[in-house]
Design a protein around this ligand. Structure first.
Ligand code: FO1
Length: 324
């Protein structure tokens, strides 16, 4: 089976890890291939290095090296280089870059500097983490730089800050009035992205942030059309449980674009291509849209087994929606 998923950071990575665990329990689906289209709107250049948080979170999580307490970054991490940067007074100091993590950013920046595309770079990093052996291909949504910037007003008038400054330094506590995907007007889908959607047997939307992760991927030219046109059923998993995100700031993001923090509002963002929607118990009544198959089940990915069950339920729903 060819499965394609659009994914952001921690929630998306944990879901894909669950999906792979579920596939291992399905001899009938042996040989399945999973293509993950990763959000690059969170990317930031720091200290001359290109940092791709969502791609790295997917690589580390699927490679078994992620810090499970944080959900991002490396396990057993140290911050000696960061301590030196602080000692020299190098800014910014609000974005924690560990020593092991810096290895990925240096390798990526070196290869980008040598003219490799972000897709080629991501392929090299993925090979180190054993993704090809697990039938997984990780594609950046675009090879051209796209960065989400956030318009905030702290009382001295509106200004745009990089997404990471809003997300990490401000902890999304300063209300955002707008998200701008800088560079999207010049962006093209990375090689293989549109075909991965069009030629999939199933397309899955993990419980990633619907505005700044999935929403940014949907802004890549051709992606939304591919999702509307693919013969594959498109099944999503609600990132909200009773209106609240499990982690992160999806509620603040939805509020910023004038939406309620409800699973119905999120489904509404995907309504022109969504075929199935997995919601938390008690939320099923809130989403009633013609042509949308809604099912409810516990959605807390407390561990890999729980994530595998959720991914399995999404896959089962998609298989029931596939044309006979
Ligand atoms: N998140 C934080 O809350 N604080 C950090 O200092 C931080 C550093 C960081 C470094 C590398 C990386 O790949 C991710 C990092 N994150 C940090 C998480 C990141 O802001 C978010 O995971 C995504 O950008 C949103 O999905």
């Amino acid at each position: 089976m060819r499965i394609t998923a659009l994914a952001g950071g921690v929630g998306g990575a944990r879901f894909i890890r669950g999906l792979l665990a579920h596939l291992e329990s399905r001899p009938d689906l042996a040989g399945s291939r999973v293509t993950v289209i990763g959000n690059t709107g969170d990317d930031i250049t720091l200290f001359g290095l290109r940092v791709c948080p969502d791609l790295d979170t997917l690589l580390y999580t699927l490679g078994g090296a992620v810090s499970d307490t944080q959900g991002w970054g490396r396990a057993d991490e140290t911050h000696r280089v960061q301590g030196e940067l602080a000692a020299y007074g190098v800014e910014p100091q609000w974005f924690a870059l560990g020593d092991l993590d810096l290895g990925a950013h240096i390798a990526r920046s070196q290869w980008l500097g040598q003219g490799l595309s972000l897709s080629e770079v991501t392929g090299r990093l993925a090979a180190r983490w054993g993704l090809p052996e697990r039938g997984v291909t990780l594609l950046p949504m675009t090879d051209t730089p796209v960065e989400t910037h956030v318009v905030v007003d702290e009382g001295d008038g509106p200004r745009a800050v990089h997404f990471q400054e809003w997300w990490v330094r401000m902890q999304a506590k300063v209300p955002a009035s707008r998200f701008v995907a800088v560079g999207m007007d010049r962006a093209a889908a990375a090689p293989g992205v549109l075909d991965a959607i069009r030629q999939a047997d199933v397309v899955l939307l993990p419980p990633s942030n619907p505005v700044v992760s999935i929403g940014v991927i949907l802004g890549v030219p051709g992606v939304r059309d591919a999702l509307r046109g693919t013969p594959a059923p498109v099944v999503g998993v609600s990132p909200l449980i009773s209106g609240a995100p499990v982690r992160g700031h999806a509620d603040a993001c939805l509020q910023a674009i004038g939406l309620d923090s409800t699973t119905a509002a999120v489904a509404g963002l995907y309504e022109d291509f969504l075929d199935g929607w997995l919601v938390a118990p008690g939320d099923e009544g809130s989403v009633s849209r013609r042509g949308l198959a809604v099912e409810s089940r516990p959605l807390l990915m407390t561990d890999v087994a729980a994530a595998a069950d959720i991914a399995g339920a999404a896959l089962d729903l998609a298989e029931r929606l596939r044309p006979a």
